[in-house]
Design a protein around this ligand. Sequence first.
Ligand code: ZN
Length: 381
Amino acid sequence: MALREDLEQYIRDSQEELKQLIRDLCAIPAPSHHEENRAAFCRDWFVRNGGENAVIDEALNVICPYHVTEEGDVVVIMAHTDTVFPDTEPMPFREQDGVMYCPGVTDDTANLAVLMICARYIMQRNLPTATGVLFVANSCEEGLGNLKGCRAIVERYGRRMREFVTLDGTDLVSIVTRAVGSHRYRVRALTDGGHSFRDFGKRSAIQVLAALVDQLYRVEVPVEGDSHTTYNVGLISGGTSVNTIAQSGELLYEYRSDDRRCLEQMSAIFAETVARCTPPDGKLQVELIGERPCAGDVDQRAWMDLMERGAAAVRTVTGREPVFTAGSTDSNIPLSAGIPAICLGVCVGGKCHTREEWLDTASLADGCRLLMEFFRSYCTK
Ligand SMILES: [Zn+2]
């Protein structure tokens, strides 16, 4: 029990530093594809705190290897550095009654900071592990980052990756076990257009787009078992003026599913709908702008075992039953490659992806306990 007491002491003693780390990280803007400064901060922090071999890779991931050998198995524990917000100036940060308010503070800054503080404990105490561990502060999780950072990690280490955990939740009991895949498109309608009075009767790009939207919303989603499949036209724009027959317009469309067969069927339905809605005197140009895969062929026994260890940590620390959910996270990538993966939360917050995002700092100590309790499953004593 000496280890438990030592850990408990460490968690208590490091809470102020953990909060400061979150403030420091929040002050470094990190929109997807522009995580350079936050990555440099994390790399330097790891180097100063026991991870001398921490490096930044070409995808802007910070990789801190622990007990990793040339060819040996690894497990990955990651949290992402990017924020969903495009801001390149530091975002407003305030604190009141133990709650921090800042865009990105929970998603994923606090999860990342908990990972860093726990990694330091593991590295400084040199806890013995059965496999190598990669602590990763990864890039490009959000939106059109399209999971680029995680893709690079799986590409490089996938062959010897035993399992994968991403910390990207907003509470301490939810465990994302089902990967929601998605395809995202920009569709541009192009026509000759013209003057609204003189050229009346010519094809309008807005008319073409509107007809397409109408057809897209008539689609009945495919069903496989207890699958869940959705679609959405999220943005539409175009035209020139009130007295112009529109020459161009565009929309953003996505569909999602937690079943890869349904995702494939949606892909076919979409292609067929676009073809049917393309008029002889106009064009519909389709551009794929995002693609997140569903789970592939994952060894069910190994995957269940990982879920169960995550669930056990949740029960031990919170005394509550874990809630298994479906989501779109970095774990989509290892799952699509057949590697067991889950997503855990190690802090409590809310209003993510809004300017009112908040974090309950009182949850951080339990977040550390949860991650360390889970990490014990990799330790050999
Ligand atoms: Zn996130």
